[in-house]
Design a protein. Structure first.
Lengths: 288, 262, 238
């Protein structure tokens, strides 16, 4: 898909003014220098409400250049309303080329999934984050959580996992599962399913996280250790499905469950639309 | 001066002064506390006893004077020259603090078991099964039914909450525990149980305790020695039964004679 | 074992217009191992006060009180720290007061066993031994078994007194102070207590006591002292 819009003349490249971009880039650099540490930044008013990805958009807007190829996904799909709108936003304000193919993209903005196809060096993935503080529900006082992070006092985080096991018999957190970054900071991996946690570990791409309402940016530089928290006798496990994707037959991807009729029939389909489509294309080209 | 031994005290407090604006809350307080000693600080409201406790527990900085704690190397270390990280670690391992209101010393929305084990998790214990066993052991010791282990303290009575707070503090086998009116907020019938528990545990675990109380009966029951404070000054101190049965200072005499005997 | 040198005791009642009560003056006495010193004199003469000074329950206004402790170290009570006094009481000096201070919730058995349990803290079999000894004492002092598991708060005066005695004798200490130990006891129990005191003396304890019943005093005493000689006589003040 190539750019078919002219950038609106009264808007700066990628919407944000250059000074704001500089401020955000400084925060990003700081975040990269301290993997997993939440850097406060001056979050701007964006033309969409909080909760719709304003943080992710600001990060993308600060790192995007005219030569970038942008992919935007939401729940793994390029076709949802949010993904479509955000992609169109950047087409209009930055005039960049966009794609749905993971391997073609240089910059990927995502909400709720990491693409199945492994990323490579030189790619940047930007995550939209609603609540950057992993301990927020247990300790709502920010002054206290900042101190806990500063002193690496993370007993409380394990309390959360303990509570899950006590209540459900297993760690019930299936998304936004806390991780330890670079053996130092505990981070919320944004509401990705825990299925995606292993992808963050030693990833060749640069991973950036933006929370617009909470005004925080954090980062995981390439090839950084990201370990999911667990107990010795309750190790971290990713979700598994007993079935394969009905469209492409994949058994190693995150599957969405879709109810197909009123009697409750369901089918499982890859959440990552690009991954699924690519596999289907390969299978049909093999068949012919 | 001690006649018999040359060892160092667990806590050495010297010439503490603390003011809040014009009001002097503590005038030059000094004392030594030895391992296994239970000391009561007694006084009425405004005596400075709570301020004193907060200063020696590293919760408020004094305006003058020093507080030294005997560390693992056998040296007296000034607690106010320690880093914040060191102070916090001390508070979670070798020290305990039992608040008057249990809700101030507990996580009210977290299960009783997790409340007990949080310190251990903070120290790196990562085995769920072992954590659970430890929680069971301690709930049993403070006489909380194990079936309540997964309930939050919001569902507990005042006495149960206080006993849970005690367990939470003692799980790391602290050497020094600070208590601020631990039974004052409880019904009288409930106090006896908590006090008895405190008495047994402090003896069994050889804890050094500084307990602030306005209740002389609590001092007599729990403390080996006591200090009486009035208007920020320590007016009398010594062996508990001696201070209560043979009070020298006029204020002490007034306090002792004012206590109603049912 | 115990020496009092020119000890005096004065109470100043600050809230009764600074009234001073001079209870004892110039007390000098020595208590040795293997003797039972009985303090004589009418009530109000300061006999209890003397015992309490020896136990450091009261602090002397002047003079010295020296105790030869179980570990052979000499402790001077007027200058001792609370820690030292507690240690002294634990190892060296027992005191049967007139009233048992009742701790809620602790059973009679454990009240008696406590001095032994305190020493061992956590070894279970040693705690069982301590309780077994406590049972022996309770039996000897004729406390009915049905009472052993109950806290002594509701016991009669005589029963409480016997608990107090058992508690102080279960762990033999070099010095034993007794304040009217048979005041509420019947003849049989009084006889038992006399036997107990005589046993203590023969094992070498230094015993000092006040007995309201002169016959009991006669039965146990190896020596008498009239406390009246230590009363501060106003006309002798110079």
């Amino acid at each position: 898909m190539s750019a078919s819009y002219e950038t609106a003349p009264e808007v700066n490249f990628a919407y944000l003014d250059e000074r704001t971009k500089r401020m955000i880039r400084r925060s990003i650099l700081k975040a990269i220098a301290i993997p997993g540490y939440q850097v406060p930044f001056g979050s701007r008013e964006m033309p969409l409400p909080y909760g719709w990805g304003t943080g992710g958009i600001q990060v993308t807007a600060s790192v995007i250049g005219p030569e970038d190829m942008l992919k935007v996904i939401d729940q793994g799909s390029d076709d949802t309303v949010n993904a479509v709108n955000i992609r169109r936003f950047f087409e209009r304000t930055a005039g960049v080329n966009t794609t749905t193919r993971t391997h073609e993209a240089t910059l990927i903005q995502t909400r709720h999934r990491i693409p199945e196809k492994p990323l490579v060096e030189g790619q940047i993935i930007v995550y939209q984050v609603p609540v950057p503080e992993p301990m927020q529900r247990l300790e709502p006082r920010e002054a206290e959580t900042r101190t806990l992070h500063g002193l690496a006092e993370y007993g409380l985080m394990h309390v959360k996992l303990y509570e899950d096991i006590a209540r459900y018999g297993h760690i019930a957190t299936t998304y936004d599962y806390p991780v330890m970054v670079n053996h130092r900071y505990i981070m919320s991996p944004s509401p990705n399913p825990k299925f995606d946690n292993p992808k963050m570990h030693m990833n060749p791409a640069l991973q950036l996280f933006g929370a617009g309402r909470e005004k925080r940016i954090y980062a995981v530089p390439p090839y950084t250790s990201v370990e999911s928290l667990a107990f010795e006798d309750h190790p971290f496990e990713i979700q598994k499905w007993p079935v394969a994707c009905t469209q492409c037959g994949a058994t190693d991807s995150f599957l969405d469950e879709i109810i197909t009729d009123d009697s409750g029939s369901r089918m499982h389909v890859c959440s990552d639309s690009d991954y699924c489509q690519t596999r289907q294309d390969e299978q049909s080209s093999v068949a012919t | 001066m001690s006649q018999s031994d040359q060892s160092l005290p667990l806590l050495r407090v010297q010439s503490l002064v603390k003011s809040y604006g014009d009001r002097v809350a503590i005038h030059e307080a000094s004392f030594d506390l030895w391992p296994g000693e239970v000391m009561a600080v007694v006084g009425e409201s405004g005596s400075g006893k709570s301020s004193l406790l907060n200063v020696i527990a590293a919760r408020t900085q004094p305006d003058a004077g020093q507080v030294e704690y005997l560390n693992h190397n056998g040296q007296l270390e000034n607690i106010y020259t320690m880093t914040q990280a060191q102070q916090r670690l001390l508070s979670r391992t070798e020290w305990g603090f039992v608040h008057q209101n249990a809700a101030d010393g507990l996580r009210m929305d977290v299960s009783a078991g997790a409340n007990v084990c949080e310190r251990l998790m903070g120290l790196g214990e990562r085995h769920y099964g072992r954590l659970r066993q430890t929680a069971e052991h301690w709930l049993h010791r403070v006489e909380i039914d194990i079936s309540r282990m997964d309930d939050t303290p919001r569902t507990f009575s005042g006495g149960m909450r206080q006993r849970l707070q005690i367990a939470r503090n003692l799980v790391t086998q602290p050497r020094l525990v600070f208590m601020d009116e631990p039974t004052s907020g409880l019904d009288v019938s409930v106090q006896a149980r908590v006090l008895d528990l405190l008495r047994q545990l402090t003896r069994k675990m050889q804890l050094a305790v500084v307990i602030v109380t306005h209740d002389l009966a609590v001092a007599r029951l729990l403390a080996d020695r006591m200090m009486v404070m009035q208007h920020g000054r320590i007016v009398e101190s010594g062996l508990t039964d001696q201070v209560l049965d043979d009070p020298q200072h006029p204020y002490t005499q007034l306090l002792v004679s004012s206590v109603l005997q049912p | 074992m115990l020496q009092m040198k020119q000890v005096s005791k004065r109470f100043t009642l600050h809230h009764q217009h600074g009234t001073e009560l001079n209870v004892l003056q110039n007390v000098t006495l020595t208590l040795s191992a293997g003797e039972c010193l009985v303090l004589d004199g009418p009530s109000g003469m300061g006999k209890s006060t003397l015992l309490k000074l020896a136990y450091a329950n009261y602090s002397a206004t002047s003079g010295l009180i020296e105790v030869s402790q179980a570990n052979n170290q000499l402790l001077e009570l007027t200058r001792a720290t609370p820690r030292e006094l507690i240690q002294m009481r634990r190892e060296t000096m027992g005191y049967v007061s007139q009233f048992l201070r009742v701790i809620p919730r602790v059973s009679a058995l454990d009240v008696v066993a406590e001095p032994l349990i305190e020493e061992v803290t956590d070894q279970l079999h040693a705690i069982d031994d301590a309780r077994e000894k406590a049972r022996t004492w309770l039996t000897r002092l004729r406390i009915p078994e049905r009472l052993w598991g109950l806290p002594p708060a509701t016991f009669s005066g005589g029963e409480q007194q016997r608990i107090n005695i058992a508690r102080n004798l279960i762990k033999p200490r070099p010095i034993l102070l007794l304040d009217e130990p048979t005041a509420s006891l019947d003849a049989a129990n009084t006889k038992t207590v006399i036997d107990i005191i005589q046993e203590a003396v023969s094992r070498g304890a230094a015993v000092m006591g006040i007995f309201h019943d002169t016959q009991v005093g006669q039965a146990v005493a190896t020596r008498h002292i009239d406390v009246a000689q230590f009363r501060f006589a106003a006309k002798d003040a110079a």
